[in-house]
Design a protein around this ligand. Structure first.
Ligand code: MOS
Length: 729
């Protein structure tokens, strides 16, 4: 197909376009904007997990100097979208005296300074009538049978008595996102227009949700999220801070800022829900998979649900003639979970990839060979893969860690003093999605351009990739290309999530670049030039002007283009959507993870010594940023496997600990140097850049690679994450 830009994107390891603003502190995160007359809001959370607010005593809090007002369910300003029983709780803030989870916001203290508001919040007194509650996932999960979530493929009976069967249960603890930047909002109403500085992965999403809640035209709301200090999925939805800030600003007719405290980050912005899985897999004596039966249950909130598609992966990367998947959500008196780092699949992969490892042992086959034998040839609907290099990922990874020589098939064979050494591996897989996305370009007479999109850059390198794409598509030197992002006044972009950001955005940027070339050619050479559009391919933008690569026409300077045509600026805006190819092919990104661990037989300590990740993310637009994503994801995988665990005190229905001192995650000393490499082959059926999503494939499968390595080191199967030292001993 003719994508017009037939040259692959140059793969530059350029520094980030926003690097200087970030490291000098010039770049502004949502909480860092200042306004005269700014009001500070601080949430007061409930101290029970279930029941009703019987009474509120606000007198003492209101008497603290600096306090302006306190919003509760008793005096909440009228907000149209918060009516109705079917509204989700997060939109029903201060709507009811019902308490659904511990630390649910019950009041917003508004004061002249953050200190005043924080201090006054400690004086808000609530009496409750408590109800029975339940926060215990594992004790409750058997109360609900999982249900079919997709049509069964083939039958369970046809293979469940096969000679080679693994049938095991797996558990994963609740994990929290907690990006470095806490969620924060500044809301500012002016007449009937609202501006929100809001930490988000999706400015258009916030705009449309808030418009619904306040029942106003989305065009009356501007959402700015120019710098985002990490998301991991916590920024995909609209949370109470956004609603409350907008509510309070309208109420006071002043700008209002709310920054969640670190403890509030554990209860107000979602998390990966605790889960249980059963995975049954069967194979014939040659290692051909016969069938999979995958059941999953996960915790969710009683007031508003969330489904993590834990069993979805079972239908994707392997070829199973028979598949049955079932899921259940277990409702508890807990805050709302949400998508987090490879949602669903990261959990599902732990079960699948652990079971496949166990099966390989039963079959007496190398686990890499077993996987290679069973990779799916089509997507779950039978469409051929546009590109799928999981096979290559597996083979390159095996070479890089020297799998065949280093790994011993008998567990516990390699010892160094009290330490046992083991090798393990697993794969990651993810739909390589693409969404509609627009982009705009503004060109000035000096030939400089600004490329604009509403998409946020959550640290993934979106802006840098846009610069790189515009540079490749146009030929224009990078110094002449600046980027603006993260503002709903800019052209439409989908959420920065699902690993589809760059894939989607490249369509808009490519379309805008093509359109800019067309415009410039028209201005320089007249409309005749445009007749044979193919010539545009030869048109290049350099620092001073445009020229034809084959010198078929005279070069023309930007200066003369602008002055001859009497224009001061050229403005382009273009839309893009997935093409017809999207219907003809299946799209995937994939990765193979290989790990070397050592396990101390006396203390149960586990150290990841080596990690090799080989990923297929299509054409890699920026090596450095892409590798950073995989490294970050792999470290998330170490956290999931060995450390991350948010526990409930089920007697009181609240979290045990709500800070980053008690919630363990890997630091530098816990992570080895991570060897990342890419297949780096374009998939032009996906988008004009040939890039497929990265990021999520980096974590999916990591935990199983580590537990498989622990098994290889110790002979102990770890099916309960995180694997803390006590589980080894
Ligand atoms: Mo990702 S969990 O879609 O931010």
């Amino acid at each position: 197909m003719d994508y017009f830009f037939d040259k692959p994107i140059a793969n530059f390891a350029t520094r980030r376009v926003e690097a200087e603003e970030k490291v000098t502190g010039k770049g502004k995160y949502s909480a860092e904007y200042d306004f005269p007359n700014l009001v500070h809001g601080v949430f007061v959370g409930s101290t029970i997990p279930s029941g009703k607010i019987a009474s509120l005593d606000l007198e003492e809090a209101k008497s603290i100097p600096g306090v302006i007002d306190i919003i509760t369910h008793q005096n909440r300003p009228e907000v149209p979208g918060l009516k109705g029983d079917d509204a989700k709780f997060m939109f029903k803030l201060f709507h009811t005296d019902n308490i659904f989870f511990d630390d649910q916001p019950i009041a917003l203290v508004l004061a002249e300074t953050l200190e005043d508001a924080t201090y006054a919040a400690t004086f808000v007194k609530a009496e409750y009538s408590e109800s029975n509650f339940n926060t215990n996932f594992h004790e409750t999960k058997d109360s609900q049978e999982p249900e079919d979530i997709m049509d069964e493929k083939g039958s369970l009976e046809s293979w469940e008595k096969a000679e080679f069967i693994v049938d095991q249960e797996f558990k994963i603890a609740m994990e929290v996102h907690n990006p470095m930047e806490p969620h924060a909002t500044i809301a500012n109403w002016k007449d009937d227009e609202l501006t929100l500085y809001d930490k988000s992965q999706n400015v258009y999403g916030v705009q449309s949700q808030v418009a619904k809640i306040f029942n106003i035209d989305p065009d009356k709301i501007r959402v700015i999220s120019e710098f985002v200090g990490g998301g991991f999925g916590s920024g995909l939805l609209v949370w109470p801070n956004t609603i409350a800030a907008a509510m309070a600003s309208k109420h006071l007719n002043r700008p209002v800022k709310i920054v969640l405290t670190r403890p509030q980050m554990f209860t107000n912005v979602g998390y990966r829900p605790e889960s249980w899985q059963r995975f049954k897999i069967g194979a014939d004596e040659n290692g051909k998979f016969l069938g999979a039966f995958h059941q999953a249950k996960h915790a969710t909130s009683s007031h508003t649900g969330h489904t993590d598609n834990i069993t979805g992966l079972t239908r994707k990367h392997y070829s199973f003639p028979n598949i049955k998947t079932e899921q259940a959500q277990i409702q508890l008196n807990i805050s709302k979970p949400t998508w987090m780092r490879g949602p669903g699949d990261a959990s599902g992969a732990f079960a699948i990839e652990s079971a496949v490892d166990e099966l390989s042992e039963k079959l007496n086959m190398d686990p890499v060979d077993l996987r290679l034998k069973n990779l799916s040839k089509t997507d779950m609907y039978g469409k051929p893969w546009s590109t799928n290099y999981l096979n290559e990922c597996l083979q390159i990874g095996a070479e890089r860690i020297n799998w065949k020589q280093n790994r011993k098939s008998n567990p516990g064979e390699i010892k160094e003093g009290n330490w046992n050494i083991g090798y393990g591996m697993a794969v990651g897989f993810w739909n390589a999605g693409r969404k509609d996305s627009d982009a705009a370009i503004e060109m000035k007479p000096d030939g400089s351009i600004v490329v604009r999109s509403a998409m946020t850059d959550i640290g993934t390198g979106t802006g840098t990739a846009m610069q790189n794409m515009a540079h490749t598509f146009l030929g224009l030197p990078k110094e002449k290309i600046s980027i603006e992002l993260g503002d709903s006044d800019l052209p439409y972009a989908p959420t920065q999530g699902g690993s589809w950001g760059l894939s989607s955005l490249s369509g808009g940027v490519a379309a805008a670049c093509k359109s800019l070339k067309t415009k410039l050619a028209e201005y320089a050479y007249g409309s005749k030039f445009i007749k044979g559009q193919g010539n545009l391919k030869l048109l290049k933008l350099d620092a001073k002007g445009i020229r034809m690569e084959d010198d078929s026409l005279e070069p023309v300077s930007y200066e003369s283009i602008f002055s001859q045509n009497n224009i001061q600026v050229i403005n382009i805006e273009e839309s893009s959507s997935p093409g017809k190819e999207a219907e003809d092919y299946g799209f995937c990104s994939s990765a193979a993870h290989y790990v070397k661990v050592k396990v101390n037989q006396l203390t149960g300590d586990i150290k990841v010594l080596e990690m090799v990740s080989v990923a297929d993310g299509g054409k890699i637009i920026n090596n450095k940023a892409a590798a950073n994503q995989i490294i970050g994801a792999a470290i998330g995988g170490i956290g999931m496997a060995l450390m991350e665990e948010q526990k409930f005190d089920n007697n009181h229905g609240r979290l045990i600990g709500n800070d980053l001192a008690g919630y363990h995650f890997p630091c530098n000393a816990d992570a080895p140097m991570i060897d990342v490499s890419f297949i780096d082959k374009p998939d032009y059926n996906r988008n004009p850049a040939g890039a497929k999503g990265l990021g999520e494939v980096g974590i999916i499968g990591c935990a199983a690679a580590i537990t498989n390595a622990i098994y290889n080191a110790t002979g102990k199967r770890m099916r309960d994450l995180p694997v803390t030292p006590d589980k080894i001993l």
